[in-house]
Design a protein around this ligand. Sequence first.
Ligand code: TRP
Length: 334
Amino acid sequence: MTTVLTGITTTGTPHLGNYVGAIKPAIAKSKTADYSSYFFLADLHALIKCWEPEKIAQSTKEIAATWLALGLDTDSAMFYRQSDIPEIPELTWLLTCMCSKGLMNRSHAYKALVAENEEDGAKDPDKGITMGLFSYPVLMTADILMFNADEVPVGKDQTQHLEMARDIAARYNHHFGEHFVMPKTIVAEDQAVLPGLDGRKMSKSYNNTIPLWLPEKKLRKHIMKIKTNMLEPGEPKDTNDSFVFDIYKAFATKDQTANFKQAFADGIAWGSAKQELFELINTELAGPREKYNEFILQPALIEKELLKGAEKAREFSAPFLQKLKEAVGIRRIS
Ligand code: TRP
């Protein structure tokens, strides 16, 4: 059995990029017999970059409803909210004490902010940087090691965090015994990295996303906004340099993709290409969208699923943390 684990930070509305790159493949994998899956809502991570309580609460609800609407089987997979597992922040402290500060100093995310401050001529290079942000890779390490995950599917931007997780795990094992397995990074294939409206990676940080659960009309409107070149109807179009094509491909079967490619060669008008893209996506999402809307209207149902998941996950994390604490010398008096 391979344990696969991944989390989504609860700071935004789920978008097509999350769906294609993370949630859809994760759910598909969770249905195969040789995987045991842990999927969670990283709400403690959300606090690092968001101090808007309503936004975090809303995002947590929406992301949870998304996994459920897309058919995650919560009996076989572990589906939980990070903050419902108190062992995670507790483990974070044990790991913080096994993590050299220099390792965190080298974090790309942290260094980028320091560089920005220096560019702005700030007196303090750490201006505006909280300890939460600085040590966030340790919290992420705890998420992963808490359940001894073998595989962690993440975006390219997260690979350094996985290296840090292995580093911290190895140091803990060296001092206190072989408790942790080394987690492998699984980076989504390029094809699974969806371009956004402007062609950069679809990401909430770039503000170029197409939300996953837009009502039909709005979805169509968003798709019509995808950037294209100025070629006229009838002029052949290059599939290698078209975001419309890239997004189409992420949803289509091989045959559909081949037909779409032909249509490009035949000079399909951008408006028609976008209409086809809309129809393809809408067909796939129409059923789940109805379920999503039902879940959103029944928050108690979502809450029940999350509490069930936390209870199951803690059957593992509670005794495991106990062992880890004993290993460092935090024990009953005897
Ligand atoms: N940091 C990840 C991101 O921003 C989210 C995350 C938190 C995560 N904990 C995790 C991903 C553990 C994988 C495993 O995308």
